[in-house]
Design a protein. Sequence first.
Length: 477
Amino acid sequence: MTPIDLGRRALIKQATAAGILALPAATALSGCATSGGNNTQQVARGEKSAKNPLAVNEGAGLDVVIFDGGFGDEYAKAAEAQYVAAYPKTDGKIKHTATQKIQARLAPRFNGGTPPDLIDNSGAEQMDFGTLVAKEQLTDLRALLDAPSLDDPKKKVRDTLRPGVVEMGQFDGDEVWVLYYAYTIYGVWYSKSLLAKHGWEYPQDWDAMLKLCEDAKKQGIAGWTYPGKYPYYLPFSLYPFIAKIGGREVLDAIDNLEPNAWKHDAVKSAFEAYHELQAKGYILKGTPGLDHVQSQVAWNEGKALFIPNGSWVENETKKTTPRNFDMAVGAPSSLDASDKLPFGTIWASGGEPFIVPKNAKNPQGGMELLRIMLGEKSTQTFIKRVSSLSSLNGGTEGLTLAPGLASAQELWAKAGENVVNPRLQDWYVRLQKEKIGTAALGEMMAGRLSPKECMDKCQKFADETARDDAVRKYRHR
C-alpha cells in the first residue's frame, strides 16, 4: 500500500408487524389479510397441453396491475396482446391498471380477499414482500419456472433466466414467491459527453472523485445530486461501495440483521467518504428537497455530474435527456488499494418484481402472462421500449442498444463474478426505505447527522427489526 493509500484510509474510514403493508398508516387494513380469508371464486383450470402447460382457462379474464414508473406500462400491454393472441377467447377480458399507488390501490383488495391475478409490486409504495410471504398471500411460482419456456420447449423457464434471478424470489425455503422481470444495473450514472467536454475521466478511486468534484465546482457544476425526498436511492451506489471496501460478507451481515453489522470499518469508511461530498459542498444545492424526477432533470441539464440510480433511469428521463448526452453508468470508485474487491464491482440484480397473489381469481393466467413476458419477442419489446435488460438471459441479439443500456451491459459483462446483490430492500422494505434510507442516510447527506450518528441510527433500526418477533426474518444461505 502506498503512503497515499494509507492517508486516504486514515482520512476516510468508516414490515410492519401488524399487517400486509410497509407503511404504518396501512396497518388498519390488515385484519382480513392475516386471517387468510378468500372472497374470490377461482376460475376452473383449463386442459393442460404442450401449448398450454400451465392449464390456463382459455376463456377466463385476467386482472393485471402494473407499476407506472420508470418503465411505464406499454411493455405489459404488448405482452397482454400476445396473451390474447394465444387465447383468443380472452379478448376484451383483460383488465389492465397502471398506477404508482400500489399500496393504496391494492391493500383493500388483499385485505378483502380479492387481489388481482398479476401485480408489478414496485415503486415507493410497494407492498412489503416479507410480510406478504409471512402471511401466505402469494402463489409459489415454481410451476411457472418448471414449465417449458415459450421459445424452446426443451428448456424450462428457470433455465432461461440470468444468474441469481430465481434465488432472489426465494426467502427461507425452496418456494419462489417473486419473479423479478427486469435486470437492473445499479451504480453512478453520468454523461460521457459532459465529462469529455471538460477533459475529465470517470474517477476510479476516491481521491480522483474528490479532485473531479472540486474541478467541477470551479466550473459551477455540482459533483453529485440524488432524490433527496427519496434518499433510499443513495444505496444504489453506496452499498456496492461498502462491499468493495470490506467484501460482500459485510453486506450479508447487514442483510442478516447481525449485531454491529452497521459498525463495520467498511461502513464507516463509506459513510465518511459520502459525507465528505456533502461537507465540501459537492452536492447540488437544494438536493434534499428534490424528488427523483427533479434530481434527474437537474442532472440532465448538466447541473451535476453524478447521480446514484438504476438502469431504468434512461427510460424514465428520455423526455428530458438532451441529444448527445451519451448516458453511462460507472462502478463505485475504489476507496484505496486495500479494498477487498476490485474496481468494477457492481450491484446488479433482478428488478421490477412481479407477484401472483394466492387468492387471485386466475393465478394460472397470471403465471402464463409472465411466461409470455419471458419469451424473446416480449423481451425485445421491453428492451426497445424501456432501454433495460430483462431477466431473460439474452434477447439483445440484433438490437441497437441505447447508450445507457449499452454501458450497463458492458459494465455487467466486465464485472464477471464481482457482482453483489444486497437483499435488505426486498426482505425488509420499510427498514430499508423509511428508516435506513430516509431517517439515517438522508439525514446524513443533508448535513444533519455525522457519519457516526448515521451508523448508530442504522444499527438501532436494524436491531429493532431483529428484536421484533412479529417480523419474519430471512438470512443468506
